[in-house]
Design a binder for this molecule. Structure first.
Ligand code: SAM
Length: 339
């Protein structure tokens, strides 16, 4: 009890402001790397509060940069914070924070897309998947070009219960371009409904918890920013391999404005397309004239279950990719013309 009391009352000592840190260490944002910094610590406190109760938590912050969110996390009563930053210019400023919070901040100069989290935190934090989430949290404001591939990678980790989810249902609080945040949480029938909505919602409870205007960042990005909180579900809504779900969802959404049978048909080679698409939709009990945006997660569950059975019956089906067929055909056409 005494220990947890001490941990939760820690506050950073007075430090130079983030603006001063940027000047001191010459940390001008690199536009090509989409670096946009948060300097207002009231705002970074607000983002960190959206992660939930962090008392005695082990936190993994991705892309800390000059350390605004990092400071708010360190002041939130956490046990330990691990940060992974790719740009070496930020390491000395983070080191200064580490000196101000002895034993609390671990700094890794590395890439979040390849950093291995399996052994990043103490073993005793591990929880059974069905239990309450472990006291491990991921928080980050990354460039938009990194946050979308990263969330897809982490959703795959959720489905395999590995990576940061080897500890149980680790919660994530991440920023995205506002439109992407809206797509992640979009419900059936909404204009923003997309591949990301299904991929996120079949595995996680997702909440768009905060919108931050672009003007709060330095330099100001073209767009506003949405903060999304993810909690992995105890039971995924689709119980098929991630790659299979991804394939069905990707195909369904490739002609967003057309009836769903058009995109789903591309799961099958041309010679059997009409027949197999009809079978898929009939067995899954999905109306072929629904638009992809009108399909619910439970429609996708039925489609994935039936497609799985069809793949089990035809071992070549899963490997079929209509784009490769098109490429092959156009290369052949070119070859025929040239010869
Ligand atoms: N979190 C800080 C803030 O809110 O002010 C910085 C935000 S800035 C948009 C993104 C940060 O992520 C930069 O510091 C950048 O160097 C870092 N970053 C970009 N790609 C990364 C990657 N693949 N791995 C680790 N850090 C990365």
């Amino acid at each position: 009890m005494a220990v947890s009391g001490r941990l939760s009352t820690f506050r950073l000592p007075p430090l130079p402001t983030i603006r001063e840190i940027i000047k001191l260490f010459k940390l001008q944002a690199v536009k090509q790397l989409s670096q946009n910094f948060l300097l207002d610590l009231r705002l970074t406190d607000k983002i960190v509060r959206k992660a939930g109760n962090l008392t005695n938590a082990y936190v993994y912050e991705v892309g800390p940069g000059p350390g605004g969110i990092t400071r708010s996390i360190l002041n939130a009563g956490i046990a330990e914070l691990l940060v992974v930053e790719k740009d070496s210019r930020f390491i000395p400023g983070l080191q200064m924070l580490s000196d101000a919070a002895p034993g609390k901040l671990r700094i890794v100069h590395g890439d979040v897309l390849t950093f291995k989290t399996e052994r990043a935190f103490p073993e005793n934090l591990k929880r059974q998947w069905e239990d309450d989430p472990p006291n491990v949290h991921i928080i980050g404001n990354l460039p938009f070009s990194v946050s979308t591939p990263l969330i897809i990678k982490w959703l795959e980790n959720v489905s395999h219960r590995n990576g940061p989810f080897a500890y149980g249902r680790t919660q994530m609080t991440l920023t995205f371009q506002k439109e992407v945040a809206e797509r992640i949480v979009a419900n059936k029938g909404s204009k923003q409904r997309s591949r990301l909505s299904i991929m996120a919602q079949y595995l996680c409870d997702v909440q768009h918890v905060l919108t931050i205007p672009g003007r709060a960042f330095v330099p100001k990005p073209e767009v506003d920013v949405g903060v999304v909180h993810f909690t992995p579900l105890t039971q995924p809504k689709i119980e098929q391999p991630f790659k299979l779900v991804e394939k069905v969802v990707q195909n369904a959404f490739q002609f967003r404005r057309k009836y769903c049978y058009r995109g789903l048909g591309m799961l099958f080679p041309e010679a059997q397309r009409i027949e197999s698409t009809g079978k898929l939709l009939q067995l899954a009990d999905v109306d072929p004239t629904l638009r992809p945006t009108q399909l619910s997660v439970s429609h996708f569950k039925s489609l994935c279950d039936v497609y799985r059975k069809m793949c089990d019956e035809d071992p070549h089906l899963f490997a079929y990719n209509f784009r490769e067929e098109l490429k092959h055909r156009s290369e052949k056409g070119r070859g025929d013309k040239e010869s």
